[in-house]
Design a protein around this ligand. Structure first.
Ligand SMILES: *[C@@H]1O[C@H](CO)[C@@H](O)[C@H](O)[C@H]1NC(C)=O
Length: 384
């Protein structure tokens, strides 16, 4: 019985195998007969492989996995109500909630005298500069950073730098510069591009603690053109600049007077999921579909009150690689609105004498000679 059963089974298997073999042959014959469709087929599989690869590279599948910013965004760091924390902080009260992101590096050159003035300072330039950019700082002092630009407006300029270990000659040269100008602030961390957020934190920390009498701060990179004249005009009436200078404008209620955080704003941009990009962001690092609104970090202006709120929010926000996005997160947390103005140029504005009439700040001036020439021309024309 068992034996018969086995034979039947074997027979069955043989028949099945034969059937499969026959169908393979059939397909193969069909395949061979139509060589055109064979080419089509290999072309199709090639396309599929390439598109899968592109989908991977473009991070398209990641876009599909992001969480909606509008629905799910939560703050990074402690989620306690910021208003209470800010109030306690400003009143010097102890709070239970510990900051998560304080600036803890020590200053090698503090130069706090810069802010010890009798009169209140209208505008302070806080320039993020790389330690070795001696020429750019020189160019800035001789153009928009010149503190005596207007006899009746108090303006100050300071430069923020880190350290470059092992380069004693560079440090020597910096010390000479500091004793000549007393406007460079140095802290003990590595001066590198990817420590940018640290330098931003240093700027907020230093201004918050040492400059209570400054009304507005422009945080700006050392490769910018800035028009001091237009900057001051802008601050007089941010919402109506420059129209209010050209024709009579019924003074709009200026809601930005003491709370101002302005510059070139990206109000709703997406994180880059394109894997080979320098700005690629993994889902695990930031899972949402959009960034909070943020001001690009090259040039942004803060009133003293906004600076205080932003600084306190920033130490309660987890550190983030991109400094402008980081400040956007902190601003959102502090309930600060960001204000966009077209005359802050994040993409370099190409120079022409007339076209620069209302420019407040423009990126793209890494040559100090060029900066000074153009700035001088604009000053002569009454625009800087
Ligand atoms: C930032 O500075 C710290 C302190 O000097 C250093 O340990 C770290 O390597 C720096 N990070 C980068 C990315 O350069």
């Amino acid at each position: 019985m068992n034996c018969i059963h086995q034979t039947l089974q074997q027979k069955d298997t043989r028949i099945k195998a034969r059937k499969i073999w026959l169908s393979i042959q059939r397909y193969w014959r069909r395949f061979k007969m139509r060589s055109v469709s064979r080419r089509k087929c290999s072309c199709a599989s090639f396309t599929i492989i390439i598109s899968l690869f592109l989908i991977y590279l473009s991070g398209l599948y990641q876009y599909a996995l992001t969480w909606s910013y509008d629905t799910y965004y939560v703050h990074l760091g402690p989620s306690d109500p910021m208003d209470d924390l800010i109030k306690d902080f400003l009143d010097d009260k102890e709070t239970e909630v510990r900051p998560v992101n304080e600036f803890l590096y020590s200053y090698t050159y503090l130069n706090q005298e810069k802010c010890e003035t009798k009169d209140s300072v209208r505008l302070m330039y806080v320039v993020k500069s790389a330690l070795e950019n001696f020429d750019r700082r020189h160019g800035i002092r001789n153009s928009w950073g010149f503190e005596k630009r207007f006899s009746d407006v108090e303006i100050k300029t300071v430069f923020l730098v880190g350290m470059v270990p092992g380069k004693l000659d560079v440090q020597k040269r910096l010390e000479q510069e500091i004793s000549d100008h007393k406007d460079v602030i140095q802290a003990d961390f590595l001066d590198s591009y990817f420590n940018n957020t640290l330098k931003t934190m240093m700027g907020l920390h230093w201004t918050y603690h040492y400059c209570p009498n400054v009304k507005y701060f422009l945080f700006v990179d050392d490769d910018y053109y800035v028009s001091t004249r237009n900057m001051l005009r802008f601050l007089r009436d941010p919402a109506n600049y420059p129209q209010y200078l050209e024709k009579y404008v019924v003074q709009a209620v200026n809601e930005y007077q003491d709370e101002l955080f302005a510059g070139y704003v990206f109000s709703r941009s997406r994180p880059i999921r394109w894997i080979i990009s320098k700005w690629y962001i993994e889902l695990s690092e930031y899972p949402y579909s959009h960034w909070p609104p943020y001001v690009t970090a090259g040039a942004y202006v803060l009133s003293r009150k906004s600076l205080e709120r932003l600084y306190i929010a920033s130490i309660y926000t987890n550190n983030f690689r991109f400094d402008d996005v980081f400040l956007g997160m902190a601003a959102k947390k502090a309930g600060l609105k960001v204000f966009h103005h077209d005359e802050f140029y994040f993409h370099p504005r190409s120079y022409d004498r007339e076209g620069y009439k209302w420019v407040i700040a423009s990126h793209g001036y890494d040559d100090p000679k060029d900066l000074q020439n153009k700035w001088n021309e604009q000053r002569s024309a009454g625009n800087a």
